[in-house]
Write a protein that binds this ligand. Structure first.
Ligand code: SDX
Length: 379
């Protein structure tokens, strides 16, 4: 049988979809959402406007943004009965497992969970986008033994999440920092969790299943889970003076260093540049200068030692310091990535539904043929 030309491992370099959302130039370190440079959006936009842009392929007029924002805020509070699900969970559960499980259970509170025409899919995506922050905040309050803080629909997505988590309204600086993090993490081409979304929805399965699968993919340490790995690494370094020796040891042991390297970027991830300035400012504001200083030394050593291999900071490297300075616990870092990426996952889901073809690649059979069935007594 003639061998079929097999795709490279991990589908590296294979184009498996068309999109009008993110454009990435991995050599030049360029990222655009619907043609707008990511730096323009992180400086001037909001997460709500960015999600509208990704889903509608254009910036909204003021009345459209107001309507979209109001429609999202109506979904902040969980469906009746979901609150008990959150507070019945073991306090030791991992937040990403909680998010994956409870997003999946949202389908049971939806009167028409399987509808996936584009309008219904967008409506369900909005449900998940509105409810997910509340799930994470409610669970964190529950595990800390604190009363739940119910959402405030007068607040933006970023303000409301920090309010529900901390029980007080965030400062403008912290709310804006979190909003920028949400903008920067919203979409990024056909990354593993986005591809997962498209694969699942291509069977015309339901929106809740597609986003649940994506959350499962994102928690992997080679993907969204890396930001937690970066924080663990920074916490292992006793002082700034130990940073160079620490990272040299990891390089010499050929460890995979979390927050560095990328399948597409072979130069610094433009999101890392934005997050670096945010991390630097927040570290100074919150007395975490050491954390930033360690990160900066690590980046310099990594560039000296591995820059020639195209290994540079990715989105996860400085998001760790940023999230820490905002006051988020380490095991909430990856859930933060998920809250934002629901926007991108849903956008790709809408694109897939608009021009669907079931994903079904081939596997190259490399095993034996014409084998006999051996009776148990003869094995
Ligand atoms: C995200 O796809 C996306 O867009 C993802 C993302 C998004 O927005 O959705 O950008 C978010 O997931 C960012 C990546 C977060 N993950 C990490 O930070 C984990 C650490 N990074 C590596 O595991 C790795 O860089 C990957 C997984 C991100 C990419 O790996 P590839 O493309 O499969 O590359 P590879 O593992 O084949 O490495 C090629 C070479 C190897 O060396 P050699 O065997 O050729 O000598 O580079 C080395 C690797 O050892 N290398 C690293 C390294 N990453 C690659 N060496 C040390 N530290 C690293 N981080």
């Amino acid at each position: 049988m003639s061998a079929v030309a097999s795709a490279p491992k991990g589908l590296e370099g294979v184009v498996a979809a068309e999109t009008e959302m993110s454009f990435i130039d991995g050599q030049k370190g360029i990222l655009e959402y619907v043609g707008i440079p990511i730096g323009e959006l992180s400086s001037n936009s909001t997460f709500e406007e960015t999600v509208f842009l990704l889903w509608n392929k254009r910036l909204p007029k003021q009345n459209e943004l107001d309507e979209f924002t109001q429609n999202l805020r109506k979904r902040y509070e969980l469906p009746k009965g979901m609150e008990q699900r959150v507070t019945s969970l073991p306090k030791t559960a991992e937040p990403m497992h909680v998010l994956r499980t409870l997003v999946s259970s949202l389908a049971m509170y939806d009167s028409d969970p399987n509808a996936n025409d584009v309008d219904a899919a967008q409506d369900k995506a909005l449900n998940i986008l509105g409810h997910a922050p509340t799930i994470v905040a409610y669970f964190d309050r529950h595990r800390r033994g604190l009363d739940l803080v119910h959402p405030d629909t007068s607040l933006s997505f970023a303000e409301n999440f920090l309010y529900m988590l901390n029980g007080e309204k965030p400062t403008e600086t912290m709310a804006r920092a979190f909003d920028i993090c949400m903008i920067l993490h919203a979409d990024h081409g056909l990354n593993n969790s986005t591809f997962t979304t498209r694969v699942i929805i291509s069977t015309l399965s339901d929106v809740y299943s597609a986003i649940t699968g994506a959350i499962g993919s994102l928690r992997g340490p080679l993907h969204g889970g890396a930001n937690e790995g970066v924080m663990k690494m920074l916490n292992e370094i006793p002082t700034v003076d130990d940073a160079e020796a620490y990272i040299m040891g990891k390089i010499q042991r050929k460890d995979k260093i979390m927050g560095f390297g990328h399948r597409v970027y072979k130069t610094k991830d433009p999101r890392a540049t934005d997050l670096q300035s945010l991390a630097k400012k927040l570290a100074e504001d919150t007395g975490n200068q050491e954390l930033y200083a360690k990160s900066h030394i690590i980046e310099q050593v990594m560039e000296r030692e591995l820059g020639a291999k195209g290994i540079y900071p990715n989105v996860d490297f400085y998001s760790a310091t940023t999230y820490h300075c905002i006051g988020l616990k380490l095991d909430l870092f990856t859930p933060m990535f998920a809250l934002s990426r629901i926007g991108g996952w849903a956008g790709h889901m809408l694109e897939q539904l608009a021009d669907n073809r079931l994903y079904r690649p081939k596997a190259q059979y490399v095993g034996a043929h014409d084998q006999p069935y051996v009776a148990m007594s003869d094995r």
